[in-house]
Structure formats: C-alpha cells, structure tokens
Design a protein around this ligand. Structure first.
Ligand code: DX5
Ligand code: ZN
Length: 261
C-alpha cells in the first residue's frame, strides 16, 4: 500500500463500522514535555491526535504550525488529525500534508469569507440565507476537499456553533470527517454548547455511518454521553484528557464511558 493510500485509509478507519474514538487535542498538552505526553497517550491506547492550528485571524488566538506538526510526525505513528482554524486554508494544505497530516479539516466559514470578504462569517457563522447569496461557495469548497484527496490526505469540513448544519449537505459525500464545533474556536477549556447535539444528529442521519463525525470543544465526562448518543464517532478532548495527574487514568475513564453502549 502506498503512503498516500495508507494515510487516508488509516484516517478513514477511525470511525468505520460504528467505531468511536477519543482524539486528544494537543492544544492542552504540556508542550515542554511533548514527547512524554505523546508516549503516555500511546501507552493509554489512543489511535489519533488532534492538532489545532490557529492563525490569530480566523480565530482570535495563535497556537502552533508546521514545525510542531513535523515534530509530532517524527515522534509518533498515531493518526494525525489536523484542524485548520485558518483564513484561506487551502493555501496551507500542501505544507501541512507534507508535515505529516493524515487528515486535514478546514472551516466552511473560511470559504464563505473568501467568497464575500468583510462579512466576517468566521465570527458570526454562516446561515442558509447567507449561503444562498454566495454563488461560488459550493464549487470552492468542493475543490478544496478534492484537493486534499489529490494530496493523499483525508478531508474534513468544520462549522462553528452559529452556522446551520444543513449547509454541509452538498459536501457530505466528499468528506472523511465532519467536525461540529461545540465552542467558538480559538481556545481550549470552554463550556460545551448543547446546540452541537442536534447538529450531530442531523449530520449522522444524512451521511454514511462510516464517515467520522467529530465534536470539538468542552467534551468531557459530563458531556461525552450526549455526544455519543447524538451520533458522534470522533470526540475531540483537550482539557478532559490532560487535566488530571495521569493521562492514562483520565483517558481510560473517558474511553470506558465512550465505549459503554
Ligand atoms: C478549540 C479547538 C479544540 C480545543 C478543545 O478551538 O478546536 O480542539 O482544543 O479543547 P477542550 O477539549 O479543552 O475544549
Ligand atoms: Zn480542534
């Protein structure tokens, strides 16, 4: 199997056949001990890592970029799930693929902002009424998803809480992942927004059961069951995994709850 195929296949296996996985967000890890934390996650049985890339423009925060993704790639064989919270994300697809991303997820709102600069969809979300006026949004977004596949990378689309989930419909056949944000992107440790539950249910009923359906932001021991029961198969968790004294204990407890039903 070529590297391209193995990378996409590994990513696509995360949610296949009703599987559910926790994807720890490295945003909450101890960056002074990145390799130590990754080894603890590997020992705990984690299958993939969520890497939050923030540009200080699409979101009001800066996180990390290519060098850190390259370093994580050199350190582990775990599946790397890269979340691009960037304006004009497609200009970074090749660089993050080359750095070692197995899957790249970008925001529909970033595409809408490219279609209609100045409307600030990144902060206010995109509604059905907005999308109807953005004639180039569908072709731009489809082209971006296809570009990722041409790079041998699994592709995903994400929406922020104010955006209507129905806007995802045309893209679902192309996506390996849909990432429903349950917080406004930019920071870890925020409170889960229950609006994500109805969106998860809607996407689940309109997409292949094998497509990874992820939820991201404020997912923890109290919100995990709602996400699982709403159809999520990828649960991104930062604070909940790294908050305690032992990553192994935290992950084990959360994963037992996730697999309980
Ligand atoms: C927020 C990021 C999330 C965040 C999750 O913009 O996309 O992945 O790191 O962190 P917690 O789980 O702490 O909310
Ligand atoms: Zn994220």
């Amino acid at each position: 199997m070529t590297e391209r195929c193995s990378s996409m296949t590994r990513y696509q296996s995360l949610g296949k056949g009703g599987k559910r996985v926790i994807l720890p967000s490295l945003l909450a890890c101890d960056f002074a001990n990145l390799e130590r934390d990754i080894r603890e996650l590997e020992r705990a049985g984690v299958e993939g890592l969520h890497l939050d890339i923030m540009d200080g423009h699409f979101v009001p925060n800066l996180s990390f970029g290519i060098p850190v993704v390259e370093a994580v790639r050199r350190t582990t064989d775990l599946v790397l799930d890269v979340h691009l919270m960037l304006s004009a994300p497609e200009s970074y697809f090749e660089a993050f693929r080359k750095a070692g991303a197995d899957g790249i997820t970008f925001h529909l709102e970033a595409m809408a902002d490219l279609e209609s600069p100045g409307r600030n969809f990144a902060r206010r979300g995109c509604l059905r009424t907005d999308a109807d006026q953005l004639s180039g949004l569908r072709s731009r977004t489809e082209t971006a998803l296809e570009k990722l596949h041409s790079l041998g990378c699994a592709c995903g689309l994400s929406i922020i809480p104010p955006t209507d989930a129905e806007l995802l419909e045309p893209y679902l056949p192309l996506c390996d992942n849909v990432l429903i944000m349950s917080v406004m992107p930019g920071f870890g440790g925020q409170k889960f927004d229950p609006c994500a539950k109805e969106k998860l249910k809607w996407v689940r009923t309109h997409s292949s059961p094998d497509m990874l359906l992820s939820v991201d932001g404020g997912v923890n021991e109290t919100t995990l069951a709602d996400c699982r029961d709403s159809g999520a198969s990828g649960l991104v968790m930062g604070t909940a995994v790294f908050c305690g004294s032992s990553i192994d204990e935290q992950f084990g407890k959360l994963n037992r709850e996730l697999q309980a039903f």
